[in-house]
Write a protein that binds this ligand. Structure first.
Ligand code: CA
Length: 515
């Protein structure tokens, strides 16, 4: 096998072992380096001598400094690397204004559900919102009943989803940071896959008022029906005698909406209607050379086709801030990106941690030594397009093109926030393996290495590991992923987590205090 070690940049003084069984001591690499010890798959090997304190370079960037001398052919274990300080946000220069110049990509379409607000859905789902955790039991009880008794009568509706969460009461609702969970819940309701059909189960005495969660605009003038009143059911409503009447009330409200959703039909929509959220979880050293570059290539194709792509996960891009700010379209967006990073630095500092708390034990076993190496591999999934906008956590997407949507890197929190931002497709890269899925939006899971993709044959949708073995190029895999995104968005192909029914809970980001 030729590709025993992958080197991403000419300046690199370490390479990544790609063989699935690792490389034994004594292996001689193409450049003549002889391994002085055995090195597992995904881990780094020194390509020349590295002096004490010298830069360790991967992706052409410093990922750390050598703790002591290293010989050529040595295993670069995490304990041998000192973490560099993150780039000073204040010292990063803002970009000049520039024009967007993209080579247009035309003629690509998918079969989606057009919504009255102009957005396009990729699934047809009834979302039942809740204003407070107190009602989660009712919501879950009634959703089971709806699935059993009503859903079979409405075959065009894919699913019924209870949008339960931990917020709503016992929280400092007027704290400045409360805006984050509140707008997240509010914006999730308008995700394109819910078709504009809104209903909320409230308790009655909670701090978060259900009437404040409902979008104001769809209320038609002269409509006899007051949308607000007919879209909210309060458990404490005095007309209900006992639990069963509440259940019947929710069922009736749900059935009215199922009838409308059932009339939705897929239509041909341009690829410019895609809103793709990119995320990774359970990353390994391959993520940055296979899965993320393929996703980045697909991201560029979507942007060229006029669509929207989001990337997120502040702690995983923080160490690459100096590479991202120059990619923003003007000084205002550059500043907005820096402000989100600064906000997160302060947030972590309050908890007496820093971004180094991000790397998980699995990341390290997979060969990712620290957060700097992880970040350099992580930003690759954003592709090469200019960054046209920056969103705060839970904000709704505003622009076509590439947006940085600030979120924590935690998989379910990031997914929940991207759902609020309005994604209609989710692409999730993993190296260690994650069963992650969302019920509201299809999640394409991309495996970074073939060993995982084969072992998890029914959990992974797309094997990007063929890039490491040299069987396919990043470009080929990027196109294949782009086509898979269109097929899944069209409902032609089902993703693994939907086939298996593996769906994670929505998890809100609440940086505010509880009371
Ligand atoms: Ca993540």
């Amino acid at each position: 096998m030729d590709n025993t070690v992958i080197i991403t940049d000419k300046k690199d003084n370490v390479g990544i072992v790609v063989n699935s069984s690792g490389l034994p001591k004594g292996t001689v690499l193409d450049d003549g380096t002889s391994l002085i010890e055995s090195i597992p798959m995904g881990h780094k090997v020194t390509l020349r001598k590295i002096g004490d304190g010298e830069d360790i370079i991967r992706y052409g960037q410093t990922i750390g400094f050598a703790k002591g001398r290293m010989e050529a052919g040595e295993w670069v274990q995490e304990s041998k690397i000192l973490l560099p300080t993150p780039p000073e946000l204040e010292s990063i220069p803002l970009p000049a204004h520039r024009e967007l110049q993209l080579e247009p990509l035309e003629g690509y379409t998918f079969q989606g559900y057009k919504n009255p607000d102009g957005s396009v859905g990729t699934k047809n789902v009834l979302g039942i919102t809740t204003s407070v955790q107190c009602v989660a039991g009712l919501a879950e009880h009634v959703v089971k009943k709806i699935k059993r008794d009503l859903l079979p009568k409405y075959p065009n509706v894919d699913d019924v989803v209870p949008l339960t969460h931990s917020y709503g009461c016992g929280v400092a609702i007027h704290a400045p940071a409360a805006i984050v969970p509140i707008r997240t819940i509010r914006n999730i309701i308008t995700n394109p896959n819910f078709g504009g059909e809104v209903m909320v189960i409230g308790l009655g005495c909670e701090k978060l008022r259900p009437e404040d969660l409902i979008p104001k605009s769809p209320v038609k003038k002269n409509s006899k029906e007051d949308l607000k009143n007919s879209s909210i059911l309060y458990m404490q409503d005095e007309s209900f005698q006992g639990f069963d009447e509440m259940v019947q009330g929710v069922m009736k409200m749900a059935e009215e909406r199922l009838e409308k959703l059932n009339r939705r039909k897929r239509e041909t929509c341009p690829a410019s209607e895609l809103v793709v959220g990119m995320q990774c979880g359970g990353s390994d050293a391959f993520s940055g050379i296979t899965a993320n570059p393929a996703a980045g290539y697909a991201a560029d194709l979507i942007v060229r086709a006029g669509g929207s792509v989001m990337f997120s996960e502040v702690t995983e891009v923080r160490d690459a801030a100096h590479l991202l700010v120059p990619r923003t379209i003007n000084p205002t967006i550059g500043k907005a990106l820096l402000d989100e990073m600064k906000w997160f630095d302060d947030y972590l500092m309050q908890g007496q941690v820093d971004r180094s708390a991000n790397t998980a034990p699995g990341n390290k076993q997979g060969g990712l030594s620290n957060i700097v190496e992880k970040a350099l591999g992580s930003i690759v999934k954003s592709g090469t397009s200019p960054i046209v906008d920056v969103l705060g956590p839970g904000e709704k997407i505003r622009q076509k093109g590439l947006t940085f949507a600030a979120t924590p890197a935690s998989d379910f929190v990031c997914g929940t926030l991207q759902l609020a931002a309005g994604m209609n497709m989710h692409v999730f890269m993993t190296g260690r393996g994650s069963p992650y899925g969302l019920s509201a939006v299809p999640v394409i899971k991309v495996g970074s290495n073939t060993k995982l993709s084969k072992r998890w044959f029914d959990l992974i949708d797309f094997d990007a590991g063929e890039i490491a073995s040299g069987e396919k190029s990043i470009e080929e895999m990027g196109w294949e992923l782009f086509h898979m995104i269109l097929d899944v968005a069209s409902g032609k192909k089902q993703v693994a987590c939907d086939i298996l029914g593996l769906h994670n809970d929505l998890v809100l980001f609440n940086p505010g205090p509880l009371t």
